[in-house]
Design a protein around this ligand. Structure first.
Ligand code: ADP
Length: 588
C-alpha cells in the first residue's frame, strides 16, 4: 500500500477521528487536562520541527543559534514519542502509551549505559547520520541529562498507563514531573545566565536549549495530568514546595564556586517529609538529595583539590542519610500516635453507641415486661378477693406472696426503666445553687429527719454549679436517705460538704462528700454497691430497697463528667465522695 493510500485509508481516518473524539470527550475536560493536551501536542510539534530541520539541513531548527548545541535526532524522536504517550494516556489508549513509554525508556537507558560504560551500541546515528558536532562528546548522542529526563518521562507515562490506582501513583507521578521540570529549568537557567555546567554535565554532550524547553512542556504536562486526576492529597503541603527546595539547592550548588557544604542544602528537603502521609517519604527525599549531590559533583565546573570536594560531598551524603533516618522515626512515631488516637476515638464512639443501644434495649424490655406482670398481679389480686374463703391458709399465704413478688418485680422493672431513661434523656443544664437544693431536700424529708433523730450538717455556703438540677437533687436525696437508712445510731449525723480540687490537678472539678455515722460498708463491697440491684442486706432489713439507688447516683455523676467512690470503716460510718467537673465540657 502506498503512503498516500495508507493515509487516506477510511478505517485509519475513522480511527484517527475516534482518537480525537475520545480526547475531546475526556470526562473532566477542565483547564488542567487542557494544559496537559497542549503540552503533549507542543512536545510532538517540537520534535517534528527538529526532525524536519535534520532532514532539510535547516540549522536554525536544529540549533536555534549557531553557537548552541544541536537537538539530537534521537532527542527529537523522543519528544514525539513522549507527546504521543501523554495524549494516548489521556485518551485511554493504554496499550499504545505503554508501548511508547517502554520505547522511550529503552532508548534513553541505552544512551545512559553508553555513557556510564563507555560503550557504543550504534543507536546514536541509527536513524540520522550526524553532521553537527558542536559541544557533542559523541556524534549524534543525546546529552546524559536529556537521557535521564527521558527515562523519567517514559517512567511517568508507563505509571500513568498502569491500572495501579491510588494516591501514591499520583504522588510519584507528581514528583517525577517536578524533577523533570527542575532539570529543564536548570538547563534553561544555564543558557540564560551562561552557566554551562547547568545544561552540560562534565565534558559530555550538552542539553540543547529547545530540549530544555521541551522538557518544561513534558514536566508541566505530567504535573497538570496528576493534578487533574488528584482526589486525595499525599501530603499536607503542595508538591512544588520540595521541588522548589531541591531546584534551589541544585542551582546554589552549581553557582557556588567550591561546592562548599554541597548536599547539606538538601536537608530542608528531607524535612518536607514531615508533611507526607508515609514516613518513608524522608528516604525518597534523601535519595533525591543524594542523587543531586552526586549530580552536582559531575555537573559543576572541575575544581582544584578533587579529594576535598569528594570528601565534602561524601560527608554531606552521610548527613542526609542520618537526617532522613531521624525524620523517619519521628514521623513513624507521629503516625503511630495518630493511629492510636483514631482507634481510641473509634472505640469511644462504638462504646457510646453500644451504651445507647443497651439503654434502648433496657427501656423496651422493661416497658414490655410491665404489662404481663401487671396482669399477673391483677389476676392474683382477683383470685384472692373471689376465692379467699375457699382456699386454705397455705393457699392464701402463697397468693399473698405472689402479690408481694409481683409488686417487688414491678419496682425493679420501674427502676430499670428509670435507669434507661437516665441514659437516654439529655441533661437539662442550669446554674444551680446547691444550698437551695439541700434545703429543699431537708424540707421534703422533714418528718423523717425528726422522727429518726437525724442532724444534717452542711458546710455552707455550698457552691453554685452548672448541672442538671433535677438529677443532682436526686443524687443528694439518694445519698442522704441511704445515710439515714443504713444507720443504727440513736443520733444520726450527716455531714455534707465540698472542696475544690487543686488547680494543678489534671481535672478541674469540685469534690463533694456526704458523710454519715452509720453501719459502714466493708471494703470488699466498695465497688459492688454501685452495681444495679446489688444489696448487701436481706429485703426486709434496713427498709425495702431495690439496690438501684447508688447505680442512679453513679450514672448521674458520670453524666456530669465526674467519679464516685466511698470510704468507710464498718461500724463507724461511710463517706461518699463524688466530683463534678467545673467546666461544663461533659455537656457537649
Ligand atoms: P438500696 O438502698 O435500695 O438497697 P442502693 O443502691 O442505694 O440500694 O445501695 C446499695 C447497697 O449499698 C445497700 O443495700 C446498702 O447495703 C449499701 N449502702 C448504701 N449506702 C450506704 C450507707 N450510707 N451506709 C452503709 N451501707 C450503704
Amino acid at each position: 500500500m502506498s503512503l498516500q493510500t495508507e493515509i487516506l485509508n477510511p478505517r485509519r481516518i475513522l480511527n484517527n477521528m475516534q482518537f480525537f473524539q475520545q480526547l475531546s470527550q475526556i470526562k473532566t475536560l477542565n483547564s488542567k487536562v487542557l494544559i496537559t493536551i497542549v503540552m503533549g501536542t507542543l512536545s510532538i510539534l517540537l520534535g517534528s520541527i527538529v526532525i524536519i530541520g535534520w532532514y532539510t539541513h535547516e540549522l536554525t531548527l536544529i540549533q536555534v543559534l549557531p553557537q548552541f548545541v544541536p537537538m539530537q535526532y534521537n532527542t527529537a524522536l523522543g519528544f514525539i514519542l513522549c507527546g504521543i504517550g501523554i495524549l494516548t494516556v489521556l485518551s485511554h489508549h493504554f496499550f499504545i502509551s505503554k508501548a511508547v513509554s517502554l520505547a522511550i525508556i529503552f532508548i534513553a537507558l541505552l544512551t545512559l549505559i553508553q555513557y556510564i560504560f563507555r560503550v557504543d551500541f550504534g543507536i546514536d546515528q541509527l536513524f540520522m547520520e550526524h553532521y553537527i558536532d558542536l559541544l557533542t562528546s559523541q556524534p549524534g548522542r543525546m546529552a546524559p541529562n536529556t537521557a535521564l529526563c527521558f527515562v523519567l518521562t517514559g517512567l511517568a507515562i508507563f505509571i500513568a498507563s498502569h491500572q495501579w490506582q491510588g494516591k501514591y501513583k499520583l504522588g510519584t507521578l507528581e514528583l517525577i514531573g517536578f524533577f523533570i521540570l527542575s532539570l529543564s529549568i536548570l538547563a534553561l537557567y544555564g543558557y540564560i545566565l551562561g552557566a554551562e555546567s547547568a545544561y552540560g554535565w562534565s565534558n559530555l554532550t550538552r542539553m540543547a536549549i529547545h530540549t530544555a524547553i521541551g522538557f518544561i512542556f513534558l514536566g508541566v504536562g505530567i504535573i497538570t495530568y496528576t493534578w487533574s486526576m488528584e482526589t486525595m492529597k499525599i501530603a499536607s503541603i503542595p508538591m512544588w514546595i520540595p521541588a522548589v527546595i531541591w531546584l534551589g539547592g541544585l542551582l546554589f550548588d552549581l553557582a557556588l564556586p567550591l561546592g562548599v557544604a554541597a548536599g547539606i542544602i538538601y536537608v530542608p528537603l528531607i524535612f518536607c517529609a514531615i508533611w507526607f502521609a508515609q514516613p518513608y517519604a524522608s528516604f525518597i527525599f534523601a535519595a533525591i538529595g543524594i542523587f543531586l549531590t552526586i549530580l552536582g559533583y559531575f555537573a559543576s565546573a572541575p575544581l582544584g583539590e578533587n579529594w576535598m570536594v569528594l570528601s565534602n560531598r561524601t560527608l554531606s551524603i552521610f548527613v542526609l542519610i542520618v537526617v532522613s533516618i531521624l525524620v523517619y522515626f519521628r514521623r513513624a512515631l507521629e503516625i503511630e500516635l495518630a493511629g492510636v488516637r483514631l482507634k481510641m476515638e473509634a472505640n469511644n464512639t462504638a462504646l457510646k453507641r453500644s451504651n445507647e443501644e443497651l439503654d434502648n434495649f433496657a427501656h423496651i424490655a422493661s416497658h414490655d415486661l410491665k404489662e404481663p406482670l401487671r396482669a399477673i398481679h391483677n389476676h392474683s389480686q382477683f383470685l384472692l378477693e373471689d376465692y379467699e374463703n375457699e382456699l386454705d391458709e397455705a393457699g392464701v399465704k402463697k397468693l399473698n406472696r405472689l402479690i408481694y413478688l409481683t409488686n417487688r418485680m414491678e419496682k425493679l422493672i420501674s427502676d430499670l426503666l428509670y435507669y434507661s431513661r437516665l441514659g437516654r434523656e439529655k441533661l437539662a443544664v442550669t446554674e444551680t445553687d446547691l444550698n437551695l437544693v439541700i434545703s429543699d431536700i431537708k424540707n421534703t424529708m422533714k418528718d423523717q429527719l425528726v422522727s429518726k433523730n437525724v442532724r444534717v450538717k452542711v458546710a455552707e455556703p455550698l457552691p453554685i454549679i452548672t448541672c442538671d438540677q433535677v438529677r443532682i437533687t436526686e443524687l443528694f436525696r439518694n445519698l442522704i436517705s441511704n445515710a439515714i437508712k443504713y444507720n443504727d445510731n440513736d443520733e444520726k449525723v450527716i455531714e455534707i460538704g465540698f472542696e475544690e480540687m487543686p488547680e494543678n490537678s489534671n481535672v478541674s472539678a469540685t469534690r463533694f462528700y456526704v458523710k454519715d455515722n452509720g453501719i459502714g460498708i466493708s471494703e470488699e463491697f466498695h465497688i459492688d454497691i454501685f452495681r444495679i440491684f446489688r444489696r448487701l442486706h436481706g429485703p426486709k432489713k434496713y427498709g425495702e430497697g431495690t439496690g438501684s439507688g447508688l447505680t442512679f447516683v453513679k450514672k448521674i455523676v458520670e453524666q456530669h463528667g465526674g467519679k464516685i467512690w466511698c470510704e468507710s470503716i464498718p461500724g463507724q460510718g461511710t463517706t461518699f465522695y463524688f466530683t463534678i467537673e467545673r467546666e461544663a465540657s461533659w455537656n457537649s
